[in-house]
Design a protein around this ligand. Structure first.
Ligand code: NAD
Length: 256
């Protein structure tokens, strides 16, 4: 059980981040949710988790594209035992047409934020004498596809940073690993299905299996609960000697 541990999950008002926050709370951890908005719905998500799992849950606004806000998030939370770097965005374009502002935003949110949050959180983990860092990379942290230069550069960067921090903390009771999801069924992905069905004049099943999951040999989406479960495992005693590595949750994508 993770009772008494505090987990900060960046980018957790939807999708994988929210799924991870819920599984960590289910395992007993107090959680800090985050995104760049400050709406009633954001705070309501934290209240719902607190009520459902009987833990403390807070929502703290911070824009992960800004280094000082990344560091302020950790400070406002009062440090943490578990840090999950999950915030991320995507943009798809050939490199010679890739908008510079999209490049900068993806590198900032998907990669630089992890530098700032890890730098700010590590001293608090050392004080507590225990720490777990879980970086949400991607199958695209290990392999490539065309038109995703910024995302793939950032995710490969996260994997490299993960290994480095693991070596820097290797003799301490702190681990640092990355989860590499394949295609995960989030509301965002779900919303693309009807349009793609129309575009290709295909059934839902065909769109999912032959368009979206073309590169995922299992032909099944991974789920946000599975990302949460993998995170909880990395926080368990069984995973205490797992550090500096990646766990693929991708239905066989990277085995191809
Ligand atoms: P999502 O859009 O549902 O979630 C992204 C989260 O990041 C949201 O909570 C969003 O509010 C937050 N966010 C975006 N910009 C931010 C900013 N500037 N500051 C703070 N928070 C910000 O998408 P998701 O699919 O849940 O993605 C979560 C992570 O998982 C990302 O890092 C993504 O690259 C990674 N991932 C997703 C998939 C997939 O198939 N869905 C596959 C591999 C990796």
């Amino acid at each position: 059980t993770l009772q008494g541990k505090t987990a900060i999950i960046t980018g957790s008002n939807s999708g994988i981040g929210l799924g991870i926050a819920r599984e960590l709370a289910k395992a007993g951890a107090d959680v800090v949710l985050n995104s760049f908005t400050d709406r009633d719905e954001d705070h309501a998500l934290a209240a719902q988790i607190a009520e459902e799992f009987g833990v403390t849950a807070r929502y703290i606004k911070a824009d992960m594209s800004k280094g000082d806000e990344c560091r302020a998030l950790i400070e406002k939370a009062g440090g943490c035992d578990i840090l999950v770097n999950n915030a991320g965005i995507q943009h798809v374009a050939p490199i010679d047409q890739f908008p510079v502002e999209k490049w900068d935003a993806i590198i900032a949110i998907n990669m630089n934020s992890a530098f700032h949050t890890m730098a700010a959180a590590l001293p608090s983990m050392r004080e507590r004498g225990w720490g777990r860092i879980v970086n949400i990379a991607s199958a695209h942290g290990l392999t490539a596809s065309p038109y995703k230069a910024a995302y793939i550069a950032a995710k490969h960067g996260v994997v490299g940073m993960t290994k480095t921090v693991a070596l820097e903390t290797a003799e301490e009771p702190i681990t640092c690993n990355a989860i590499c999801p394949g295609y995960v069924l989030t509301p965002l992905v779900e919303a693309q299905i009807p349009d793609t069905m129309k575009e290709y004049n295909m059934s839902r099943e065909d769109v999912v299996k032959n368009v979206m999951l073309k590169r995922q040999p299992s032909k099944e989406f991974a789920t946000v609960e599975q990302m949460g479960g993998t995170t909880v495992f990395l926080c368990s005693d069984a995973a205490a000697q797992i550090t500096g590595t990646t766990i693929s949750v991708d239905g066989g994508w990277t085995a191809l």
